[in-house]
Design a protein around this ligand. Structure first.
Ligand SMILES: O=C(O)CCC(=O)C(=O)O
Length: 223
């Protein structure tokens, strides 16, 4: 029987609730789903708005982001990417909205609230081998519905902290290709960031040979 098909590496990375409302589900996406996402990322990157490094307080981020549904720029959402080329961003595809619902159901269990979860934006980040993301809160959304994070490609060292400051207490964990991380409820405004990525760790068949893609699905609460 094939070890690749039925490998037991997930036994070493069990599903875990890091804090109330913050759930890590390793290996949630199949390789086929990861490769599909990587392929869509290439399509989204073709425009109308290309991936760009947002400038935060005058410094360009090392991560490049392409947005769907709503365009995020520090520190607001707009329909048109006025800090890039003025074009309207692509709509959030239905399948990604459904993935968001499935993810929240996976993290918290099925409920009426979960069935009504309807993300309206995706921030799709690309990390090259040197990219990272400083500790921050996702707080430009009016809604405090959960954030769903999906990872494809190289693993990264993800830091998940508290809602008060960037300082300790925080926990470092590895997010690998296919992992799901959901943070909502009391963890919704926790500071978090990506300390580094691990080059050469993208699994064969995930659709990405170098770098890392991370998608966060969010509910803006805007009309
Ligand atoms: O890349 C990640 O895992 C986190 C991304 C993130 O924190 C964000 O987009 O706000």
């Amino acid at each position: 029987m094939s070890g690749a098909l039925f490998g037991d590496e997930l036994l070493e990375r069990p599903r875990r609730e890091l804090a109330p409302g913050a759930v890590h589900v390793p290996g949630w996406l199949t390789l086929e789903q990861q490769a599909w996402i990587a392929e869509r990322f290439r399509e989204w990157s073709a425009g109308p708005v290309p991936p760009r490094a947002a400038a935060v307080r005058g410094h360009e981020m090392s991560v490049k982001t392409v947005c769907l549904g709503w365009h995020w720029q520090p520190y607001r959402y707009t329909r048109e990417a006025t800090d890039v080329n003025g074009a309207r961003v692509l709509p959030l595809p239905d399948w990604l909205e459904r993935v968001g619902r499935l993810a929240v159901a996976e993290a918290y269990g099925p409920s009426k609230t979960v069935r009504q979860y309807a993300p309206d934006t995706a921030l799709v980040n690309y990390y090259d081998e040197d990219a990272r993301m400083g500790m921050h809160q996702d707080k430009d959304e009016v809604s405090r519905a959960p954030v769903v994070s999906l990872s494809v490609g190289n693993s990264c060292l993800f830091r998940f902290g508290n809602s008060e400051s960037r300082a300790r207490p925080y926990e470092d964990l590895v997010l690998a290709s296919g992992d799901l991380f959901v943070f909502g409820g009391p963890a919704r405004l926790a500071f978090h960031g990506v300390m580094k990525t691990y080059p050469g760790t993208a699994p064969a068949g995930c659709g990405l040979e170098t770098g890392r893609i991370n998608i966060t699905l969010r509910v803006t609460g805007l009309d």
